[in-house]
Design a protein around this ligand. Structure first.
Ligand code: F0G
Length: 433
């Protein structure tokens, strides 16, 4: 057995085989985590092997997830894998964004370069591999959009039926369009993300459908490789900070696990601090952190235009809290205006991202201003989704027509309006000077 499922609250007593279809411990209800067992090659050998694989044409080696397969629970049997060449996302220098944030330098790892345009692909390739290994025929998720787009693609590619549940009217069109195109059976529910998650968990159990939300520990395994690939791209020199948006908090859990394991296996000798950024109207994890980690109170009416992170009852908060503490990290909230402006700045870098992703830069700027991040520190911001996921938001911002969830007009601080001109060369020449 290459790995086991372990209850994070009772790791000694509640351990389960990988082929049990469970998402939380059937004994205590605790979240589950995969613990790898068995021998792996040493750190230097792994680093060499992973570099060599970048030159290979084997689809497993071309994948920015499966290239690191020695760290994944399927090892050494990869027969069920469905890969769309996920991962391989760049680390980009962004001097203009650095100046905006008050940093000397700033890099973004852009997960929007994934096949369906978000970091979900890193996790979904693993989740779908496990669904196939278990002999499941149908997979389901509730989603603010990106998980459903990704699950639809990987399930269809792997011959499984994708069934997605989405909060009616609350997901960006780019994401819904993808799910339809990739062939997902699509159910729009009149409820918010948190309410639908409870519903889908019940239906998955009742109908024998495999659940692929980030409560599924195999998703987390895939997403942890985002940190492994980042360290590989940075020649195993850890930055001081990794800053990412937080919604359901699966990614925070995954990044922390990836960093812990890399330390444990001697791949890195220090870990970056994690900074998790939430939108002000959907920030129960910030409240928890500020309460000293004692009291989690869900937000029953989450609000934000960054619909990807419009989540009031994040399922992975116990894991995420553990990982933030473990890296001496911080948690912060940013306003709708801060997100909108940071997003436009990322656009002006020629990079672009969707609204939730821009919480990273807005958060970095706030943490630099507060003296938590120092100007000379090495910072990597995670951009979680592609700019075209939510074109409506982009157009409204640039044309001064973007209202916050309470109907207040946001300033188009870095707006870039299109200009209507006559079909007349002289007039256009005069305009362009
Ligand atoms: N950024 C984007 C673009 C997302 O789609 C999500 C989550 C997050 C950040 C937050 O990540 O949940 O791991 O803390 N989207 C999920 C979805 C909830 O359904 O697509 P998290």
């Amino acid at each position: 057995m290459p790995a086991e499922l372990v209850a994070i609250a009772h790791p000694e007593t509640e351990r389960f085989p990988l082929d049990e279809v469970i998402y939380t411990s059937p004994v205590s209800g605790s979240l589950l985590e995969i613990q790898l067992t068995g021998e792996r090659p040493g750190a230097e050998a792994l680093k060499r092997l992973w570099r060599e694989r970048r030159m290979s044409n084997d689809p497993l080696d071309r994948s920015g997830v499966w290239r690191y397969r020695e760290l994944l629970p399927f090892w050494p049997d990869f027969g069920h894998v469905v890969t769309l060449s996920e991962g391989n996302t760049p680390v980009l220098e962004a001097p203009h964004a650095a100046a905006f944030a008050g940093l000397d330098t700033l890099r973004f790892k852009h997960q929007g370069y994934n096949p369906t345009g978000s970091f979900k692909d890193n996790g979904m390739t693993c989740g779908v591999a496990q669904a196939r290994a278990l002999g499941m025929t149908r997979v389901a998720c509730v989603s603010t959009g990106n998980t459903s787009a990704s699950m639809a693609a990987y399930a269809s590619a792997g011959g499984l039926q994708p069934i997605i549940f989405i909060p009616n009217g609350n997901i960006a069109y780019g994401k819904l369009a993808q799910a339809l195109e990739y062939g997902a059976r699509t159910l729009q529910v009149e409820a918010n993300f948190d309410q639908i998650l409870a519903l889908v968990r019940e239906l998955a159990e009742r109908l024998g459908i495999y659940l692929l939300n980030s409560i599924n520990p195999f998703r987390i395994e895939g997403q942890k490789t985002i940190m492994v690939e980042m360290m590989d791209q940075m020649d195993w020199q850890a930055p001081d900070w990794v800053v990412l948006p937080g919604g359901n908090l699966g990614n925070t859990a995954a990044f922390g696990k990836g960093l812990r394991e890399m330390l444990q296996w001697g791949l890195i000798d220090r870990a970056p601090r994690l900074a998790v950024i939430q939108a002000e109207g959907s920030s129960p994890f910030v409240d928890l952190f500020q309460s000293g980690g004692c009291e989690f109170t869900p937000n029953t009416k989450p609000e934000t235009l960054a619909t990807a992170i419009k989540i009031g009852d994040p399922v992975s908060w116990p894991k995420a809290l553990h990982e933030v503490y473990g890296t001496h990290g911080v948690v912060e909230r940013v306003t709708e205006q801060e997100i909108a402006d940071a997003k436009a700045v990322i656009g002006r870098c020629g990079i672009g991202c969707e609204p939730a992703s821009a919480a990273s830069l807005a958060g970095i700027r706030k943490l630099v201003a507060a003296g938590v991040i120092q100007p000379q520190e090495q910072v990597v911001g995670i951009l979680t989704g592609h700019v075209l996921k939510d074109p409506d938001y982009v157009y409204r911002y640039h044309t001064g027509a973007l209202d916050d969830p309470h109907g207040q007009r946001l300033a188009s601080t870095f707006g870039n309006r299109p200009t209507v001109v006559p079909h007349d060369a002289d007039a256009i020449a005069a305009l362009l000077g």
